[in-house]
Structure formats: structure tokens, C-alpha cells
Design a protein. Structure first.
Length: 133
């Protein structure tokens, strides 16, 4: 289906990344994964498909979530892609706000809440940018 919403999962834990991919695909999304911020930037620059939402872990090797988000916001062609921060860090909410994220969820994730948050964030972003599906 060409009109499925696309999500980029940026998570260094392969088990969590795989689980999120499976759950999101079962919910009808197309999903790409990245192990860290560097891989995520490469994925975004390859233009294989522009995501409607990025699910972003903060604590990752090579390039963490905060550094990725800073680089993303500095790149005009990808700056407007909404980001939901997913982290176990107790200061995650503060970090999410400082990184201008569209949403924040603390790990361990509760999948029903995640699955209800995603369409709200995507639709809010689409409405704010005059997009429709």
C-alpha cells in the first residue's frame, strides 16, 4: 500500500527496534529502522521514503538522539519531520521539550499508549502543515 504512513525507528537496542517494527507493521505502518543517529541521518538522506514520524531513542552510541535531533533541525529538507522521544532517562521530558519534540514517552514503553500517540502526532503535524491523505 503506497499510502501507508511511514515511521523511522531510531533505537540502538536491536530487540526493541525489531519489536517496535513488528508491532508498527502489524498496525498498518511501513517502518524503517536505524541503530543510531548517524544511520538515521543516512536513511533520511537516501530519500528511500520520507517518514511521517521519527521515534527516537536519546541514549545511543556513535550519535545519540539529542545530536541527531540537532542535526535534523539544522537541515531544512528534514527539519519539519515530527519526532517522538522514547527514553528511559528520568530527565527525558525536559530533554524532549528542549529538543522541540512532538511527543515523549518513557521506557519501558506501553504499546497501547504508543499506538494511540502515533496517529495523533502524525495527524496534528499534517493539519499544521496543510497536508492530507
Amino acid at each position: 500500500m503506497a499510502d501507508r504512513r511511514h515511521i523511522l525507528v531510531v533505537e540502538d537496542d536491536p530487540d526493541l527496534r525489531d519489536t517496535l517494527t513488528e508491532v508498527l507493521e502489524a498496525a498498518g505502518y511501513s517502518v524503517a529502522g536505524a541503530r543510531d543517529g548517524l544511520e538515521a541521518l543516512s536513511e533520511l538522506r537516501s530519500r528511500s521514503r520520507r517518514p511521517d514520524l521519527i521515534l527516537l531513542d536519546l541514549q545511543m552510541p556513535n550519535m545519540g538522539g539529542a545530536a541527531f535531533r540537532t542535526a535534523q533541525m539544522e537541515a531544512p529538507d528534514i527539519a519539519d519531520i515530527p519526532v517522538a522521544i522514547l527514553t528511559a532517562d528520568s530527565r527525558g521530558g525536559e530533554q524532549a521539550a528542549s529538543l522541540n519534540s512532538a511527543a515523549f514517552m518513557r521506557k519501558p514503553l506501553k504499546l497501547p499508549q504508543l499506538l494511540s500517540m502515533i496517529p495523533r502526532v502524525i495527524e496534528r503535524h499534517a493539519a499544521a502543515h496543510g497536508e492530507s491523505r
